[in-house]
Design a protein around this ligand. Sequence first.
Ligand code: ADP
Length: 228
Amino acid sequence: MEKVPALHLEDVRRSYQQGEHELAILRGATFSVWPGESVALIAPSGAGKSTLLHMAGLLEHPDGGEVYINGKPTAKLSDAARTAIRRSDIGFVYQFHHLLPEFTATENVTLPQMIAGLDKREAAKRANELLNFLGLGERLDHRPSELSGGEQQRVAIARAVANAPRLLLADEPTGNLDPGTADHVFGTLSKLVEATKLAAVIATHNLELARRMTRRVTLREGTIVELE
Ligand code: ADP
């Protein structure tokens, strides 16, 4: 295992103002995720899973504490520097795939690489390798509307890791899929984490799938607690 965690949260705090009340959602969340680890984040709705993923993904600032990405502290960085880290080091998968409807599977995975400066041919080659790895070799030229829910979500996973991030953050990635399809998508995701030494944090309600991850954690009173 490498010496630096892909993600480390140190005493992360976050409150939201709700009318007159202040809601303390994260109250000192601390944990590390190492390369090659997949961590299931299991907690009831409203516990703060999305909030935690937003902090980890540098989409929001914590009120206190520090978020380290690949060992580097991020709190004091400029917005531009945070965006650069987000683009190069972090991949996101959401419950709904948000693929571009006009573009094929290959193109959806090619685009983020071109935005990062890669030549189109090279980007398309890597896109197709990734899609093949995720079992979509026969679907390269299909548009999202021509793909099943599980296939769309696998394209979204390929897109999220197109620029070879060290950290993958997923918010209920299979929440919208039937159990069999969810199982298949999780399987390919696990395979990808293992093969590429990614670190992944996956918020899910599905305990059966969570059992297949390397570790399981929950949020209790705003802190992260390890589960068996
Ligand atoms: P989960 O993902 O576990 O369902 P969230 O992180 O989405 O939980 O939300 C945790 C709590 O914080 C909820 O009670 C939610 O209403 C509140 N919350 C989240 N974002 C905001 C916001 N921008 N403003 C006010 N309250 C928020």
